[in-house]
Unconditional design. Structure first.
Length: 95
């Protein structure tokens, strides 16, 4: 698993001890997939996007069932990702 994906998110997970160290890269990988998916589903609430993403993975033949199931654990930390995005937006916009 590539460890340079979403480095700030990885550090956030690490600093808050939200995920076992050996799974941090896994969470970052699926978080990046979720962010890409969210760009085309931004008209939905965050919670609905998480559900739609999980459904999308389950229906994708290129994603193994176990990967879809494990990636659904992203919802456990998805609010942290959402908060990080909002904080970054606030820093950039000065609000």
């Amino acid at each position: 698993m590539k460890s340079d994906v979403l480095p700030e998110f990885q550090e956030y997970l690490r600093s808050k001890s939200l995920v076992n160290e050996k799974y941090i890269a896994f969470y970052a990988h699926w978080a990046s997939k979720f962010l890409a998916f969210s760009k085309s589903n931004d008209n939905f609430s965050h919670e609905v996007r998480v559900l739609k993403f999980t459904d999308y993975l389950k229906s994708n033949d290129n994603i193994a069932d176990w990967q879809a199931l494990e990636s659904s654990q992203l919802s456990a930390v998805s609010n942290q990702l959402k908060n990080m995005q909002e904080n970054q937006h606030q820093r950039l916009s000065g609000t």
